[in-house]
Design a protein around this ligand. Sequence first.
Ligand code: FEO
Ligand code: CA
Ligand code: CA
Ligand code: CA
Length: 822
Amino acid sequence: MAKKSDLDNSYTDGVLNTNVPGNSSLQDIIDQRYSRRNLLRGGFSATALAVFGGLPLAACGGDGNDAPSVSAGASATTSAGRSVSLAGTATDGASVSSVTWTQTSGPSVTLFNANTNTASFMAPSVSSSTPLGFRFTATDADGKTSSADTTVTVQPSSLGFTAVPKNQNDIVTVPDGYTVTVLYRLGDPIAAATSAYANNGTDTNFASRAGDHHDGMAFFGLGASGAARDDAANARGLLVMNHENISQRYLHPNGPTAGTRPEAEALKEVEAHGVSVIEVTRGASAWGYVQASTLNRRITPLTAMTFRGPVAGSALLRTAYSTNGTQGRGTINNCAAGASGWGTYLTCEENWAGYFRRSATDNAARAAKEVTALNRYGVAQGASGNFGWATVTPASASNTTYARWNASATGADATADFRNEPNQFGWVVEIDPYDPTSTPRKRTALGRMGHENAKLSLLKPGVKFAVYMGDDNRNDYFYKFVSNTVWSAADATAADRLAVGDKYLDAGVLYVAKFDANGAGQWLPLVFGQGPLTAANTTYPFADQADVLVNARLAADAVGATKMDRPEWVAVNPVNGEVYLTLTNTNASSRPITATDAANPRFYNDPKGAAAAAQTGNPNGHIIRLRETGDTSEATTFTWDIYAFGAGADLDAANINISGLDASNDFSSPDGLYFSRSTNPAGMVNPLMWLQTDDGAYTDVTNCMMLAAMPGTVGDGGTKTITNTSGATTATQTTRVGKAPGTSLRRFLVGPKECEITGIDSTPDGCTLFVNIQHPGEEVGSGFPNTFSSNWPASQTSATAVARPRSATIVITKNDGGVVGL
Ligand code: FEO
Ligand code: CA
Ligand code: CA
Ligand code: CA
């Protein structure tokens, strides 16, 4: 409650002082229009100001008598990250010449509009209920002042929205109180001279347009003026994102030419892959990207790259393009991503293997270990290669940018063909977004795989940090790279950012995870010469550390890592450092009921659709998490449990819907995973974790979605034994299950038709969330090219729109300006 002011002789308990003669009518109006509680609620300020501003005031010149009558409004309670309005009122027999709000107690906050009746502030992060005191002071024309106080009690953060119901609508749905705008769509021009996107298949020059299939993403701040890096910027920055793949048919008027591909079609498709760097700014009403910014950049499969780390210069990287194995050409199938702690972007190459052609007789031209490696990475003999790019006969005979997708051994040695081109992909690539002329660096020390994202551990001075990475393939592994160099905080702001990457990412130890049945686990080092990683290995004789890193999957097989149900994104809790990993799903043929283990424990059927088509294995996926021993990224052991199991709410609660999901939070196929930044209340105390789905198993009920969670900690549940079922066969499996999430896990967003939700970052203040919507309408539909299976994003604002769907970045803001999700 507000208390008696000690500044003057007026008094308020949060209600206007009705002892002032002549003010009863004013009090009546206020009482009719507003409850005291409403006056303090976020978002109410504009209305309150408008009404009070319209009330008649006495003439100027002073009444020579009364001090103003003031109210600071009733005390109120809120929680961290929410926008709070302070609504003061001041009346006087003469006129009120000025008002001011000041803070009198509690954690310091920034007051906006402090010299108006209605100030506002962001409730700060607190770990327990914390009162903040505020004083409203008014001065009249005679210089007399009065003050009143009020108290806002801030509770620790909590989820602050109502769950969005599952749906199959062709729009992005967010909770009440939030707004979605579309920011950056496939084909949008990012150079001054590039034309607007016609979106009918005729557009060209994707090297100066947004690519397709927006995926992993990060926001890098820019100062309000100039183009300098500013890590605290909330209104201007560089949005950097991956373009993982293409929806090929929409890129051409009537779909692609079959058979031998025309160069012009293939060039479009190549350039629609890669990475975008675009400048974005927050305008008066919405965010937009800056088409003519000189910082805009497209990185494509044609962009020059440099190899760094132990594999640079290895014979395994030699091609006709890079005869010494140090140079690379571009990046492809960039799935998820990461941000380093020094202002660079880490883009990760995932399903690169599918782009390569190999002749039906190529094995005969290869050494046995080469065949083993190609098979393990999915570049099979006889593969035709996605999109048939190797079939192009380019206008220029010296142009090998299409021939390189043919990985067959055709020349005298590896420098005469592109047999080693598959070894040029599967890496984490570091990009300096602030320097459009910089050459990206492929960081080979982090290993070659089907990289999902690359997530750094918490950075602690004097400690070697880790980079956590999933290899998204059925029965593949969870890795971490530990730098050889301890972190120095000064490097966070060093001017030569890629040199910082050289310092930390070019030398270290790559480990792979082994999950033990008892809830413990080990990080197994992949170091040449140790254990089975020698030339004596009969499955695959390793030649050196470069060979171990190029063939990290074979190395992980050899040391006995735990085969996982498709590792996708990793996220790190910014408060306690716990590491979360999505395991999106697997099927019965890859991981039968006989191959469950404690970390991949379920086998069941989730029948789909009216026909109840069988989906067996682990079609809904789960999220595992671990805590490093001693809470250090240098640890070689950990403890683990399973945070949540995906499942429809209707599935068997004992053995399938083990996490007790209900209509507010049931999901399938977790993929994107991200903790809110530690620079705002959503990333402090009880950090908010965002979970995105890339699902095909539950899409008979709902489109893909994004959920928000406030997870507990490793070990907050217990041991559970479940019964798996495959037809008439049953088997038990014991696992470690976290505490059921309950209402701390809640659906925040549902996407448009046939999309995947992937890629997420926020501004440092947490008030703007950027999210990517990938491949809406990917099934195209039988009406192509006249109608489409989704019309998003045109459908977001027009229910009757007919337009080719486009992957796009959306912006989500809370209407009252608060932190998204809280
Ligand atoms: Fe590109 Fe594993 O998702
Ligand atoms: Ca007066
Ligand atoms: Ca993914
Ligand atoms: Ca996926």
